[in-house]
Design a protein. Structure first.
Length: 267
């Protein structure tokens, strides 16, 4: 192999770990702070770039996973096939190429030790989970609060539990489940370990939306306290009416069944 030469062509042939790709130079240098942009602007130290025997620029990384990196460079969006099982390895590739937006969309794969990021093959300070969760490109989106803006919706289905023989003077709120809907990164930031993601089919990626999260507790006020602590404010709500009596007599519990939703915003 021979050393790389600058300037680079407008259409760049690549050999990544034995897999051949062809893309535009503008695509490769799109994210200015990334390692791959440094490689193809001549700013990278350590002589990472060489050419193979056919004249393709050689990068000694996982060639099959690089197609997802290249898709992200082209569109700014990560698209993975169903039942993708290489999230941990792709996360390592995103760290190596210093692409915080790609890291944000992947999230931190379950069981992965975040470890370090890499600059020219050497470990440096890691990208924080907060900055990764609030970034979808190389630039962070920051609202008035200094954090990522967005909406979260809290919903619950409940009734009232009555005393023995339906005594009307004994009424307790009975919550079946507290649902959380919105951007995954925001839900994880606010609710942390109290968030149950077991019913969500796309676990792992954080830059997407889900309506399948729920909380591990039944206390609405605890959820509201966490939202307030993280800079969210209540903006609206809606509610269903309680059940009407039709057909056979209902129990006191089912008669008072209802569903409420509360919308919170962080600017």
């Amino acid at each position: 192999m021979s050393s790389s030469l600058a300037p680079f062509p407008s259409v760049v042939p690549l050999n990544v770990g034995g897999c051949n790709y062809t893309t535009s130079l503008s695509c490769l240098i799109k994210f200015k702070d990334s390692l791959i942009a440094e490689m193809f602007t001549g700013k990278s130290s350590g002589g990472l770039l060489q050419k193979d025997e056919t004249g393709r620029f050689f990068i000694d990384r996982d060639g099959e996973l690089f197609r997802f990196v290249l898709d992200y460079l082209r569109t700014g969006v990560l698209n993975l096939p169903d039942h993708f099982k290489e999230s941990t390895r792709l996360y390592d590739e995103a760290r190596f190429f210093r692409l915080p937006g790609l890291i944000a969309q992947l999230g931190v794969p379950a069981g992965l030790n975040k470890g370090d990021n890499y600059v020219n093959g050497r470990p440096v300070a890691p990208v924080s989970s907060e900055s990764a969760a609030s970034s979808t490109t190389s630039d962070k989106v920051v609202g008035r609060s200094g954090k990522a803006p967005g909406f979260l919706t809290i919903g619950y289905r409940g009734t009232f539990a009555f005393g023995r023989d339906g005594l009307a003077d004994v009424k307790f709120r009975k919550v079946m489940r507290i649902l959380v809907c919105g951007r995954v990164s925001l839900a994880r930031e606010v609710f942390g370990d109290t968030l149950n993601e077991s019913r969500d089919p796309d676990r792992g990626q954080s830059d997407r939306y889900s309506a399948r999260f729920y909380l591990k507790h039944m206390f609405l006020e605890q959820a509201f306290d966490l939202l307030a602590t993280h800079g969210f404010r209540f903006i609206n709500c809606c509610a269903s009416g309680t059940s009407a009596i039709t057909g056979p007599p209902e129990s006191e519990d089912t008669r008072w069944n209802h569903y409420n939703e509360f919308v919170f915003q962080r600017e």
